[in-house]
Design a protein around this ligand. Structure first.
Ligand SMILES: Cc1cc2nc3c(=O)[nH]c(=O)nc-3n(C[C@H](O)[C@H](O)[C@H](O)COP(=O)(O)OP(=O)(O)OC[C@H]3O[C@@H](n4cnc5c(N)ncnc54)[C@H](O)[C@@H]3O)c2cc1C
Length: 400
């Protein structure tokens, strides 16, 4: 008898990890990607301890760490005062996780290494240039139509096709939430902020006028890079925000230096807080950005998407191979949707508010509280369990 089959739409990092976890579990997997190549735009890099354990499970951890940067600390700064307010050390989680650190690995590398491993598996196929255009499901399976008219059939379908998910739209599932009026600007430079500022590899700057995030990544062979993220106000046109002069002004505002910054990339993102009304309908599931999107402050979106992937692979395996009743499949939506709202949506909105707070008293109180949390080992551990999604993983394990 043929092995149970799954089509995964989208070879972003979540689709690739989903495909690997399902193939490892024994499903025959077809991964469909609309684009010709993995998307290399600078998006996620921060990968938390809870997610590293999952990347280990799908056989990628050694390469993932090798191609990234291990970041044990992260810092909060008061930008107007040029002062570091709080530093958190993941080492405090040494009894909670085998990975008491974050790894900064660009998300396109995760997709690439996952595709490389998929290519070695006899029960997995990845097809680039293969956009899903339509789908239909019946009691026995799902039929997918590609943009070229070709049809494919499988027992199950996973939509891991990003925030504009064709799968979610085809199912008519509402994407509930809102879009922030400001966009987020990412400027990538080769200049070494650690040397210039004395910051660490992962930094958040609170500023009532213009907050910022600053991360170091390993880059693609031409030396390490730094990504600075800034808000771009609604009334500033895309063209103006992305101009050389505006980019230089923002970088000089973060850290004045002689001469110009070596700007290697610039990108502007529209940012949303949205959660799909359903994560599963019949034989079709949503995972990753197809099911939830959030602002990137705190680095949670992709991490939570990888957690979706593993939950889905375990849940579907328990039903298909373990003989568990199909009611078990409802647990996927119950856990992922609830925990996304309670952890990811809540934290990312609070993170943004903390960095942009304009009221001087509230701002002072919030930064003082961060400093006090970092200085108290029990509170720091509790804070890090939440920010690194270990707490949400424990909650998920306790939910049916
Ligand atoms: C500036 C920025 C920084 C971020 N930093 C972090 C971070 O540090 N940590 C973190 O956890 N998250 C971060 N995020 C969020 C993270 O980038 C996303 O959560 C992540 O990309 C989600 O992965 P995904 O695979 O679900 O979707 P995507 O990465 O969007 O991949 C979807 C894939 O599906 C393909 N596709 C689309 N339509 C179809 C179709 N019809 N058929 C087949 N394929 C299709 C697309 O081409 C794409 O390859 C950041 C986001 C931004 C914008």
């Amino acid at each position: 008898m043929a092995a149970p089959s799954v089509i995964v739409a989208g070879a972003g990092p979540v689709g690739v990890v989903t495909a690997l976890a399902l193939a490892d579990a024994g499903f025959t997997v077809t991964l469909l990607e609309a684009a010709a190549e993995v998307d290399r735009n600078p998006r996620a890099s921060t990968t938390h301890p809870s997610t590293l354990a999952m990347i280990e499970r799908v056989g990628l951890i050694d390469r993932f760490i090798r191609e990234g940067l291990v970041a044990r600390y992260f810092q909060f700064w008061d930008r107007p005062e040029g002062r570091m307010v709080a530093e958190f050390d993941h080492q405090i989680l040494e009894n909670d996780t085998p990975f008491p650190f974050v790894v900064q690995t660009e998300q396109h590398k995760l997709a690439r290494m996952g595709l490389d491993r998929l290519a070695t598996l006899p029960n997995a196929t990845a097809r680039m240039n293969a956009p899903l255009a339509a789908l239909e499901q019946d009691a026995d399976g799902v039929t997918v139509t590609l943009a070229n008219g070709e049809t494919l059939r499988a027992d199950w379908l996973v939509g891991a096709d990003g925030g504009r998910s064709a799968v979610r739209k085809a199912m008519g599932i509402e994407f509930e939430g809102y879009t922030w009026p400001e966009r987020f600007l990412v400027l990538t430079v080769s200049d070494d902020f650690e040397a210039m500022l004395g910051c660490c590899l992962r930094n958040y700057f609170a500023d009532p006028n213009e907050w910022a995030n600053l991360f170091k990544v390993a880059g693609d062979g031409n030396g390490p890079l730094w990504r600075a993220v800034f808000p771009a106000p609604q009334d500033e046109s895309d063209e103006a925000v992305l101009s050389d002069e505006a980019a230089e002004m923002r970088l000089q505002g973060l850290r004045p230096k002689d001469g110009r910054y070596d700007l290697v990339h610039r990108n502007l993102y529209r940012v949303h807080q949205r959660v799909a009304a359903q994560f599963r309908r019949g034989r079709v599931f949503l995972a990753g950005d197809a099911g939830h999107v959030n602002n990137p402050i705190g680095g949670l979106g992709l991490n939570f998407g990888v957690h979706d992937a593993m939950d889905l692979a375990d849940t579907l395996s328990a039903h298909v191979f373990g003989g568990a009743d199909s009611a078990l499949l409802d647990g996927y939506e119950r856990r992922r949707r609830t925990l996304n709202i309670e952890f990811v949506q809540q934290q990312t909105v609070a993170n943004k508010k903390r960095l942009e707070e304009k009221d001087p008293e509230k701002r002072r109180a919030s930064l003082d509280q961060l400093a006090a949390t970092a200085a108290d080992p029990a509170k720091a551990r509790e804070f890090l369990l939440r920010t690194s999604l270990i707490e949400s993983t424990r909650r998920a394990a306790a939910m049916t």
